[in-house]
Design a protein around this ligand. Structure first.
Ligand code: SF4
Ligand code: SF4
Ligand code: SF4
Length: 295
């Protein structure tokens, strides 16, 4: 009996999501026993996606070549899985949407067009779902290996795959008492980076130590791997509900623990709150770039 055909494609990203898939190690053998891998950055093909049952897409649409490849791949594929924050939300590169493509090119190349042989940039960075229909989304930068493998297995079996819906604080091991209490006092009056403090309590909530952590505004599922390693969450799994604006939720949550004025002293509040989700947020619509075009 023919096995289901699996293809993977990398658009505008860093290929870290494919590396996360490779991290399955011997689990890859099990997966490859279930499917025929017909095209992938791991194979010797030319990147053209042939007819396939399941397609994993990494990366955002950042240029016209990405867009053409994605549209053709969608035509060829059955179930499409968007993997990683770039594919699901636009990702870090989506912060370009604060500027026009022309401004970004001028800043990077000091010219009015990308270098010779490079495809024209799309006027904005787009998540995969802003170009084609997506069946399964697995956010994270990069998603955990087990999440990618489970999503592929579910797609191959024709089953649904859903990410958890609670926020990261739910799976974070750190003690959080003040964060959950109603109080007239603010939890902290300043925000520090981890570099500014001599000591960090490894078992106390970062917010309660005055360190910005995005856990309350971020979907659980990664195992709170950063806070377990004594690093605050940066929000890479995206908002915990699809209808949340992650950046607006950041301001909302911080306003509950910080005096309002302290928010004004946070450098780059937009870039912090929307670090991974700018293209799917309300922010680009709020910026009138005036006559945006591909460049
Ligand atoms: S989501 Fe992260 S790991 Fe995946 S392609 Fe984008 S930047 Fe790389
Ligand atoms: S805010 Fe961060 S450190 Fe505090 S409980 Fe939530 S995830 Fe953990
Ligand atoms: S703790 Fe936050 S930044 Fe770290 S992997 Fe999880 S969601 Fe991403």
């Amino acid at each position: 009996m023919n096995k289901p055909r699996l293809a993977t494609i990398a658009l505008g990203g860093c290929e870290g999501c494919h590396i996360s898939l490779i991290d399955a190690h011997e689990g890859l053998l099990e997966l490859l026993g279930m499917v025929d891998l017909v095209e992938s950055p791991f194979t010797d093909g030319d990147g053209t996606i042939p007819p396939c049952d399941v397609l994993m897409v990494e990366g955002a649409v950042t240029n016209e070549a990405d867009e053409r490849r994605l549209l053709a791949a969608r035509e060829a594929a059955g179930t499409l899985i968007a993997v990683g924050s770039c594919a699901v939300m636009g990702g870090i590169g989506g912060l370009r949407n604060l500027y026009t493509a022309r401004e970004a090119i001028a800043d990077v190349y000091g010219a009015d067009k990308p270098g010779e042989g490079l495809p024209p940039l799309t006027s904005s960075v787009k998540a995969v779902s802003q170009v084609v229909d997506v069946d399964i989304s697995v956010s994270g930068c990069a998603p955990k290996t087990v999440q990618i493998v489970d999503a592929i297995k579910a797609a191959v079996a024709g089953e649904a795959y859903d990410l958890p819906r609670k926020n990261l604080c739910d799976e974070c091991h750190r003690t959080k008492s003040k964060l959950l209490e109603h109080s007239a006092d603010f939890v902290t009056d300043s925000v520090y980076s981890i570099m500014e403090l001599d000591t960090i309590d490894p078992d106390l909530c970062f917010i309660e130590q005055g360190i910005l952590c995005m856990g309350a505004m971020t979907r659980e599922g990664c195992g709170a791997r950063c806070t377990a390693a004594n690093v605050p969450c940066r929000g890479c799994s995206g908002p915990s509900r699809t209808d949340f604006e992650q950046g607006a939720k950041t301001i909302d949550a911080l306003a509950a623990v910080l005096p309002a004025g302290a928010l004004m002293y946070l450098d780059d509040l937009i870039g912090t709150g929307y670090r991974f989700s700018m293209p799917v947020s309300v922010i680009p619509a709020a910026y009138d770039h005036g006559g945006d075009e591909d460049v």
